[in-house]
Design a protein around this ligand. Structure first.
Ligand SMILES: [Zn+2]
Length: 254
């Protein structure tokens, strides 16, 4: 079995390439799959048949005879063969196929059980490990940015699975505070704006949560008066202030 799983492939690949690889896999374009020594080989039917090799220790180490592959770029054919190595030709589940490039909310309210909540917290902590300080030489900078991408994609998938409630709003506020601390104090090099953009998406979800359930607003209280790295908290603090303001029209009457 390969040393990666489907999550590793999905979260380590951009959405377009992943979807194209899913299409190749599901339409039976992978032929003559075979296991070699610490690697897999197959022919993938694209514009032409391509010879593809993928290593068993990393899905992004391999080779393909297509134009991209010959230029040392990870292509959809290599992703499709890595997928085949993991799934052995079995159908993908909806969950496996689903790709959350950005965190979204499905519009549903609801509470998680204590166990489920603890599970989500563990998943978040695991995903946060990919959002780490940069301390390598410049040649590993791209690999480092890939790690930030992977972390944000993993977090996006977790968040997109949540129901809105005070409990999950609190979870998201804490996640933002943890990411803010990492960005400000831990030597994260977010020059591509991956983490910042992700945090802005989470703020938008919290705004939606607050509209759908006013109880979520109290979870924004820790954001009042704090200094953050790029002011992402401002719109949430405004929601708290608006919520606290006496409703003057009602008071004075007409
Ligand atoms: Zn290729």
């Amino acid at each position: 079995m390969p040393k990666y799983d489907l999550d590793k492939i999905k979260f380590g690949t951009n959405e377009g390439t992943f979807q194209k690889a899913v299409d190749l896999y599901e339409s039976g374009k992978i032929k003559d799959f075979c296991e070699g020594i610490k690697s897999y080989a197959a022919t993938v039917i694209g514009t032409k048949p391509y010879k593809v090799f993928v290593e068993d220790r990393r899905f992004d180490y391999g080779h393909c005879t297509c134009y991209l592959g010959q230029n040392d770029t990870l292509c959809k054919h290599q992703i499709a063969v890595a997928m085949y190595a993991v799934k052995q030709g079995k159908p993908l589940t909806d969950q496996e196929r689903k790709y959350a490039a950005r965190p979204t909310w499905n519009g549903k309210l609801g509470k998680l059980s204590a166990d489920a909540l603890a599970g989500k917290k563990r998943e978040i902590t695991h995903a946060l490990r990919y959002i780490k300080a940069y301390d390598g030489p410049s040649r590993t900078w791209f690999a480092y940015q890939d790690s930030l991408d992977e972390g944000c994609r993993r977090l996006s998938a977790i968040i997109s699975s949540l129901l809105a409630s005070e409990q999950t709003a609190d979870l998201l506020v804490n996640l933002l505070l943890r990411l803010d601390k990492k960005l400000c104090n831990s030597g994260i090099d977010d020059s591509n704006g991956t983490v910042g953009g992700f945090m802005e998406s989470v703020v938008l979800i919290l705004q939606e949560y607050a509209k759908a359930d006013v109880n979520c607003i109290s979870t924004f209280l820790p954001l009042i008066g704090i200094q953050t790295c790029f002011g992402w908290e401002e719109s949430l603090v405004k929601i708290v202030e608006k919520d606290r303001r006496p409703h003057s029209k009602d008071k004075n009457g007409r």
